[in-house]
Design a protein around this ligand. Structure first.
Ligand code: AMP
Length: 389
């Protein structure tokens, strides 16, 4: 029976897969991941409750994206032989100027998305490789692309533009914003469980290995800290965040670095890793007694605070803050260091609730502060199920 949907999230060296029922509110049956594609690739599969169903070593250099998908599907079929796949939902980082919602994939749409590869060279080609592999594996299934940019497509002009010559804007050099699937999920949770906040002005901080903040008014994005690429805004695990473009010119013209070397530095060797010289992982930094770890965390939390202030200005007020992502959901220290110096904005934390990891952590001030675990896969599964009509 074709009563299931599959979600696929293909990164540069990883592939995440999810099996859901094809219901309006899909139920998760299994999630899996292949890590280190191209290296010592390994597959794990868990059931909906997080219990391990299986692991498999795919060998050194033994899998490309198509091989990773084959291995993941073989393990899924072993555990869920009855599950037919009616639709596949794909995470695609860039939808360009046009797409403000998920779209059914056909040859023409796929060709247009491939034209956006220069806008997201580290992600888009891998996302589309996943699409091609899934089309080959499930020729009868509906294929749906869900974009990280779509949630932000209706920003006002002033939040969509850079102060560059106008023709660059017309050629697509715009502030696209990313992490849209996560923000879409949070907007839905606010509407469901916190309607008063949903109707107001909320700064949603998605803090994981990638990090950004979205200014949300009445559940719609009006501003994002991420810009033309997922490099802008907050410092991240290994990405630099906001940077004076003069630094890039200096590195190329005075230090003689190539464009590829600068790219590697800004994407892979900056942020928490670059500043601390220790790790990109917040847990490791919090456990360290090296002062550089404290300084890296201090810079991270300062920039989050600064950008929440900027979002309050963009939204003309602030009714709520939501923390999500691996760091936002789990680090009481980061939430405390972000919120404590913001009493001037009406932010007051309930220290005990914050340490306990409660869902609501404000002390009843003007600004509601929530912790909401995000679920990007569920947003993709909903879109895939909806495409089945
Ligand atoms: P994500 O990219 O959303 O999976 O988030 C990954 C980040 O979350 C890494 O920096 C982890 O160290 C961080 N993280 C996960 N659990 C915790 C925790 N209990 N305390 C602090 N940071 C955490």
């Amino acid at each position: 029976m074709t009563d299931h949907v599959l979600t696929l999230n293909a990164g540069s060296s990883s592939l995440k897969i999810g099996l859901f029922t094809a219901a309006a509110e899909p139920e998760v049956r299994a999630t899996g991941a292949v890590e280190r594609i191209g290296g010592a690739a390994a597959l794990t599969l868990e059931d909906g409750a997080g219990a391990t169903l299986g692991t498999r070593d795919l060998g050194e250099g033994g899998a490309d994206h198509a091989g990773a998908l084959d291995a993941a599907l073989a393990m899924l079929r072993e555990h869920f032989p009855e599950a037919g796949i009616a639709a596949v939902g794909h995470r695609v980082v860039h939808g360009g100027q046009d797409h403000d919602a998920p779209v059914r994939l056909d040859d023409a749409v796929l060709a247009r998305l491939a034209e956006l590869e220069p806008f997201a060279p580290l992600h888009q080609p891998h996302n589309l490789a996943g699409v091609r592999a899934a089309r080959a594996a499930f020729p009868e299934a509906v294929q749906v692309a869900c974009f990280d940019t779509a949630f932000h497509r209706h920003h006002p002009f002033v939040n969509d533009v850079f102060g560059l010559p106008r023709e660059l804007y017309d050629r697509g050099v715009r502030r696209y914003g990313f992490h849209g699937l996560s923000y879409d999920y949070i907007a839905g949770e606010l509407a469901r469980a916190h309607p008063a906040l949903h109707a107001g002005r909320v700064a949603v901080a998605h803090l994981g290995n990638g990090a950004s903040i979205c200014g949300m008014v009445q559940g719609r994005s009006v501003a994002s800290t991420m810009g033309f690429t997922a490099l802008d805004g907050l410092p991240m695990g290994t990405r630099v965040g906001q940077l004076d473009p003069g630094v890039v010119l200096h590195l190329i013209e005075q230090e003689g670095m190539s464009a590829a070397e600068v790219t590697g530095m800004l994407y892979k060797r900056s942020g928490l890793l670059g500043l601390s010289g220790i790790s990109n992982d917040m847990r490791t930094l919090e456990a360290s007694d090296d002062p550089r770890a404290d300084e890296a965390i201090a810079y991270f939390t300062f920039r989050i605070r600064r950008e929440i202030g900027a979002m309050a200005a963009a939204m003309e007020g602030l009714d709520g803050i939501v923390f999500t992502g691996g760091i936002g959901e789990n680090s009481a220290r980061v939430r405390r260091e972000v919120c404590a110096p913001m009493s001037w904005l009406g932010v007051a934390l309930d220290a005990a609730a914050n340490e306990a990891g409660a869902a609501r952590i404000d002390a009843g001030g003007d600004v509601g502060v929530l912790v909401i675990p995000t679920d990007e896969e569920r947003v993709i599964a909903r879109a895939a199920a909806a495409a089945l009509g």
